[in-house]
Design a protein around this ligand. Structure first.
Ligand code: NAD
Length: 353
């Protein structure tokens, strides 16, 4: 049994689906169901005894303690977070509450649980914290990619709150000996991505005939990784990572935002030509840049490849094609997410614990 937090979000739900099919071990999924949590992502696991959902907050120590005592997980994977940079600029408070205070409360409950374990159970236990490359700050055009040794220089309230959580996780290892693992991953894309983030927003807006808003000059560079590859990396780190260590996860796919948008448009032009003719690229509109917008992130994932033998299965081209195809085939999911209809559906399917 493993405990996943934030397993109704974009990466967490992909991970739960991947875990149940690849490993088959039961999962307890603790998620607060903020605007970003969507149980419809896990609809295919309905009635499958290997997935148990609990609605709740990682910062609720009593709830977490009771879950740990009841289910006795061999590992905890922490995906729960406030994750959208733009939201962190407008309302940083919830980022501090969940990403910093919530992680701290979760760590406290885990420390007490792990402290009481004995023998092989204690030896095997792992706490894996899922984090981001944004903690490292911004790179110049010719700087080498971030390695695990790069110093933390977070620039947004989001990345600062994630950096703080990474430091707490590290401190619980060094101070209390908690067997932790941290992964710092680049930008993910793929199915079930909430349409406020770049790639799904562009797909959804393009199909709706709306403008495709690109910040500033669109030359901000990000590394992109298909979400399924992130899931396989997390499984590998959980299985074989050295406790107390951090592992960078990335796809060696550095792309300027404008190029990503143009590639999405080209795929849509091919897979679902615009009703009135022309290209979806004509809908691109440049908008005022985000304050403090980091110019470039690039991740050096060689350690994970060298030490644990992990490699991404998808290239940017194959992963993006799969993603666009998924959104074209799942328009009902998009409509439900946008209208909030899935919340009504959830109310009929699940009782909160
Ligand atoms: P997401 O916003 O899609 O999902 C977050 C999930 O956490 C939601 O289901 C939400 O309901 C839940 N949640 C929020 N606050 C909670 C709380 N207090 N208690 C319990 N559950 C809570 O985020 P995501 O994109 O799936 O990211 C998951 C993790 O991966 C985050 O920690 C994020 O920092 C990290 N990460 C994301 C990316 C990316 O590109 N999306 C890249 C690298 C790392």
């Amino acid at each position: 049994m493993i405990l996943v937090t934030g397993g109704a979000g974009f990466i967490g739900s992909n991970f739960v689906l991947d875990w149940v099919s690849a490993v088959g071990e039961p999962v307890v999924n603790l998620d607060k169901l903020t605007y970003a949590g969507n149980l419809e992502n896990l609809r295919s696991l309905q009635g499958d005894g290997r997935h148990q959902f609990v609605q709740g907050d990682i910062g609720d120590g009593a709830l977490v303690e009771s879950l740990l005592a009841r289910h006795r997980p061999r590992a905890i994977l922490n995906f729960a977070a406030e994750s959208h940079v733009d939201r962190s600029i407008h309302a940083p408070g919830t980022f501090i509450e969940t990403n910093v205070v919530g992680t701290f409360r979760l760590l406290e409950a885990v420390r007490a649980y792990w402290g009481a374990l004995q023998g092989a159970e204690r030896e095997a236990f792992r706490f894996l914290h899922v984090s981001t490359d944004e903690v490292y700050g911004s790179l110049g055009p010719r700087d080498p990619a971030f390695t695990e040794q790069h110093r933390y220089e977070p620039n947004s309230p989001y990345s600062a709150s994630k950096a703080a959580s990474d430091h707490l996780v590290r401190a619980y290892h060094h101070t209390y000996g908690l067997p932790v693992l941290t992964t710092n991953c680049s930008n993910n894309y793929g199915p079930y991505h909430f349409p406020e983030k770049l790639i799904p927003l562009m797909i959804v807006n393009a199909l709706a005939g709306k403008p495709l808003p690109v910040y500033g000059d669109g030359q901000q560079v990000r590394d992109w990784l298909y979400v399924g590859d992130h899931c396989s990396a997390i499984r590998r780190v959980l299985e074989a990572g050295r406790t107390g260590e951090t592992y960078n996860v990335g796809g060696w796919n550095e792309k300027a935002n404008l190029d990503v948008v143009r590639t999405v448009c080209a795929l849509l032009d091919e897979l679902k030509p615009r009703a009135g003719g022309g290209s979806y690229g004509e809908q691109v509109t440049f908008v005022k840049d985000r304050p403090g917008h980091d110019r470039r992130y690039a991740i050096d994932a060689r350690r994970l490849e060298r030490e644990l033998g992990w490699k991404p299965a998808e290239t940017f081209e194959t992963g993006l094609r799969k993603t666009v195809q998924w959104y074209l085939a799942n328009t009902a999911w998009v409509e439900h997410v946008q209208s909030g209809a899935y919340r009504e559906w959830i109310a009929t399917q699940y009782a909160s614990a």
